[in-house]
Every structure is written in structure tokens, then in C-alpha cells.
Design a binder for this molecule. Structure first.
Ligand SMILES: Nc1nc2c(ncn2[C@@H]2O[C@H](COP(=O)(O)OP(=O)(O)OP(=O)(O)O)[C@@H](O)[C@H]2O)c(=O)[nH]1
Ligand SMILES: [Mg+2]
Length: 310
């Protein structure tokens, strides 16, 4: 399967609503309720009010001069506009490919998929010939360390860990030190889930960040916020709250396979000007896909199935 087909599969539920809805709406031609129906569809997939209004205004403008005899042209126009809403800053590991280690700090609220995504990311990089180390900086629960160690065992990747209750900053620091000493390409540091309202835990994250930063200097370092796409609008404020304690460089949107509201990616990325790095579309190691704005926008508005090669 191509990346485009995998994205299409992962977005199946969203495409069921948005993609199929758009296809039948445009097929009906311009009924009196066309733009209102279009807005409803966009809103129902969580593209967000600002983006929906903008898309419709742009579409109306475009239609003034466009050749509407081609039925697929308006959908292609929407697709391109949606793709343009995603910021394009490339990940540091492609910008500075020779500089190692690359450090990825995984942050987010409880249960969004940080640990699973850390494991999947380890697989992603290992699969591309990189050496990887995992750091279990979620020291709150023994089970959290165990969960990451299981990923390490499964993938044959070392996991830096200390005992339950240890200082997460110390684990993060040890992980970076080990990555440098062993000349490892990628270090992925999992952290505990924390609610934005828990000020002491948020402050602790700031400390973990500072410790890594001090040790690394200018090495590529990404702080990635993991967001659960099934939580819809509730995720909107999370980026803002985490940005207050650490500078985020990107987001990973998980559980897109479990929601019909995959348009939330568009809303999150444009509102926060934060690039999406990966999307999670399942629980297995392969279910983490590189984010590509053009392919994502295309898949998002294609009806279900099939989705061919592009
Ligand atoms: N369907 C689906 N499930 C996912 C995805 N990513 C993670 N999960 C599941 O979500 C649940 C929570 O994942 P964890 O990785 O433990 O989440 P966490 O953020 O580390 O949780 P805490 O450490 O408790 O804050 C698990 O059952 C995962 O298998 C995804 O992309 N799709
Ligand atoms: Mg976890």
C-alpha cells in the first residue's frame, strides 16, 4: 500500500462522513442550500468555524472565474486550500540529517497515546536504518515504565529507565547522555500524562525540557505534543497550555482511525501554526504515518472506498 492509501484507510471514518458527503453534495449541483450544507459538512468533521468560513469564501471567489464544467474542479480547489492551511516547517531530523542524536520529547495529557507513539516512532526510525534509544521519563507508574520496556523488547531497542518515583528529569538526562555516548541516532523520551491544570506537573515538564536543552546545545531537538483526535474540540486548548511551559515544535495526532472528525487536524494546525509530524491510525507498530499535507487533504475529502494510487 502507498502512503496515500494508508492515510485513506486510516481516515476511513472521516471519509465516510466528509468525503462521501462532499461527493454527493457536489453531485446534486448548486441547490439553494448548497453553501449551508457545505458548511455543515465541514463543521461536522471538526475543520472548525474559521477554516470552514474561509474555505467557503475562497470557493465563492474562485467560482467567479473558474470553469465549472469540470465537476471535480471545485473539490480539487478545496483540497489545495486545505493543504495550504498546514504549516510547512520540515522536521529537524530532515533539516539536520547529519547531526545526531536527534532528541524527541513526547508530551501531552493523559491517555492520548504518548507511550504507544514513542514505540511506533522507535519502529519508524529503526525501519529506516537509524539506531534508537527510548527513555522512560514517565516515572509515576511502574506500569508506564513496563509498557515502554515491552516496546523496547519487541523492537530490540534499549530503554533507559529508573525506578518508580524517580526524577523524570534525571531519566531524560540519562537518555540523552547515553545517546551521545553510544552514538545513537535518535532518542525518544516518553513522559507522564499531565493535565494542563496541574501546575506543578507542568512546571516539572519545563524542568525536564531545560535539562535536555542544556545537555544538547544545538543538536536537533523536537518537543512533540501528542493529541487524541477523538477528543475533537477538547484538544484545542492543550497546545496553548503546553506552549506556555515548553516551546513545541510539532504535533502528533493519534487515533484518527477512531473518529469521523479527522478535520480537527486542519483546525489544530492552522489555529496554532504548528506542523503535524505524524498521524496515528491504529495500535500496531506500523500504524504511525508521516504527515504530508497534500496527501492528507486529498484523502480527507475523498469518498469511501476505494482510494487508488496517486
Ligand atoms: N486506535 C488507536 N489507538 C491508539 C492509537 N494510539 C494509541 N492508541 C491507544 O490508546 C491507548 C492509550 O495509549 P498510551 O500510549 O498508553 O497513552 P499515553 O498517552 O502514554 O497514556 P498515559 O501515559 O497514561 O498518559 C492505548 O490503548 C493505545 O493502544 C491510535 O493511533 N489508534
Ligand atoms: Mg504513557
Amino acid at each position: 500500500m502507498s502512503l496515500f492509501q494508508k492515510i485513506g484507510e486510516g481516515l476511513r471514518k472521516t471519509r465516510d462522513r466528509l468525503g462521501s458527503g462532499l461527493a454527493s453534495l457536489f453531485q446534486k449541483g448548486r441547490t439553494p442550500t448548497f453553501y449551508a450544507d457545505l458548511e455543515d459538512l465541514l463543521l461536522s468533521s471538526d475543520v472548525g468555524p474559521a477554516q470552514s468560513s474561509l474555505l467557503i469564501a475562497d470557493l465563492k471567489e474562485w467560482e467567479k472565474t473558474a470553469d465549472l464544467s469540470d465537476q471535480s474542479a471545485p473539490l480539487l480547489f478545496l483540497e489545495e486550500r486545505i493543504a495550504s492551511f498546514f504549516p510547512l516547517d520540515p522536521p529537524k531530523w530532515t533539516e539536520q540529517p547529519d547531526q545526531t542524536p536527534i532528541i524527541l520529547l513526547m508530551v501531552g495529557v493523559n491517555g492520548v497515546g504518548k507511550t504507544t507513539t514513542s514505540g511506533k516512532l522507535a519502529y519508524y526510525f529503526k525501519n529506516r536504518g537509524k539506531t534508537v534509544i527510548l527513555g522512560a521519563a514517565d516515572t509515576f507508574r511502574a506500569a508506564a515504565v513496563q509498557q515502554l520496556r515491552l516496546w523496547g523488547e519487541k523492537l530490540d531497542i534499549p530503554v533507559v529507565h529508573q525506578k518508580e518515583g524517580a526524577d523524570p528529569g534525571a531519566v531524560a538526562f540519562d537518555t540523552v547522555k547515553a545517546a551521545i555516548a553510544r552514538k545513537i541516532d535518535v532518542a525518544i523520551i516518553d513522559t507522564a500524562g499531565r493535565l494542563q491544570t496541574k501546575h506543578n506537573l507542568m512546571a516539572e515538564l519545563g524542568k525536564v525540557y531545560g535539562l535536555i536543552k542544556r545537555e544538547l546545545g544545538d543538536s536537533p531537538f523536537e518537543s512533540l505534543i501528542v493529541l487524541d483526535a477523538t477528543l475533537g474540540q477538547n484538544t484545542m486548548s492543550q497546545i496553548e497550555h503546553f506552549q506556555k511551559v515548553i516551546p513545541l515544535t510539532g504535533m502528533i495526532l493519534t487515533k484518527l482511525d477512531g473518529t469521523s472528525k479527522g478535520g480537527i487536524a486542519v483546525n489544530l494546525a492552522r489555529k496554532n501554526r504548528l506542523p503535524v509530524r505524524f498521524i496515528g491510525v491504529g495500535e500496531q507498530k506500523e500504524d504511525l504515518l508521516e504527515f504530508d499535507p497534500v496527501l492528507f487533504a486529498k484523502a480527507l475529502i475523498r469518498p469511501n472506498p476505494p482510494i487508488g494510487e496517486e
